[in-house]
Design a protein around this ligand. Sequence first.
Ligand SMILES: O=C(O)CCC(=O)C(=O)O
Ligand SMILES: [Fe+2]
Length: 359
Amino acid sequence: MAPARVESLAMSGLAAIPAEYVRPLEERPTECVLKVKRVEDEGPQIPVVDVAGWDSADEEIKKEIRRQVAKASREWGVMQLLNHGISETLIERLQAAGKAFFDLPVEEKEKYANDHAAGKIAGYGSKLANNASGQLEWEDYYFHLLWPEQRRDMTTWPKHPQEYIEVTDAYGREIRKLVTKILGTLSSDLGVEEERMERVLGGENLEMQLKINYYPRCPQPELALGVEAHTDISALTFLLHNMVPGLQLFYEGKWVTAKCIPSALIVHIGDQVEILSNGKFTSGLHRGLVNKEKVRISWAVFCDPPKDALIGPMKEVVDEKNPPLFPAKTFKEHTDHKLFKKAQAQAEAQAAKKVEEST
Ligand SMILES: O=C(O)CCC(=O)C(=O)O
Ligand SMILES: [Fe+2]
């Protein structure tokens, strides 16, 4: 049976969300992200790094930018990049194309529906319950491979609007260049060759997947999550959004809401970079909230090694004082292991809830 689209649920005008979307108490958001907070209430904020001088002829300027990128990657595992080189026009066109697709009626979007059971991962989808608890997220999405070029299947990309393919392809090329820059910066910071991490992550075979997250308005945002707390399994993730707040990072025991900064590109350190660096860089825990008034859309590009790439701590970052914190696994093993662990944790939580209810 096809899963219910969250958009259809939201449009049906229901006042209370179905039980599968209600989060256990400890996961529920404690405040609405759309409410303006007083400045004095603000604690630590996600680092903002202006990388305008990344290619500057001035070595000092370059060094300072690299230092800030590495610091944010160590301490937060996320940063907002300013002046990253991707033009505002391209970002606007990318977002307009994604929005135009989601503006189609649900029946039209269904023509692109994915089908996990049949091995069709790309396309339009909603989260499927992967365990007995049936816990769901308040979002629909569109997912497809963006890179490498020769492995893309263009039949899985939206055909509407017409310019979707052109602008999404152009954006992917820009992101691919940034991947090299960031991995180079992080490699240098660890004292290894600049090309090292990119090479281990597959070099020319490094993959990029695009996921457009579509979070409809939610009648009970205080009970739901758009995306539950997770770290990204990728090496790096690049994120844009439509200026509606919702992304939160877990930092020093608190959820910190990402500020909406026009033209900023959010970069997450994912699990693969954390592992390669033996924990020097952090794969930050994050989640997405929803709200009553506004539809939120985000564009996530996940940069992944090929499935069979073996990823473990690089030998240069491991010694007697720094033993490996992670076993080496292929990317596929990492992915399977993480999904399995998550399903297991949710099943255990569900079993505990049942025991509680029956006593
Ligand atoms: O929508 C967001 O801001 C976050 C999405 C996210 O974390 C993901 O797709 O992995
Ligand atoms: Fe994420």
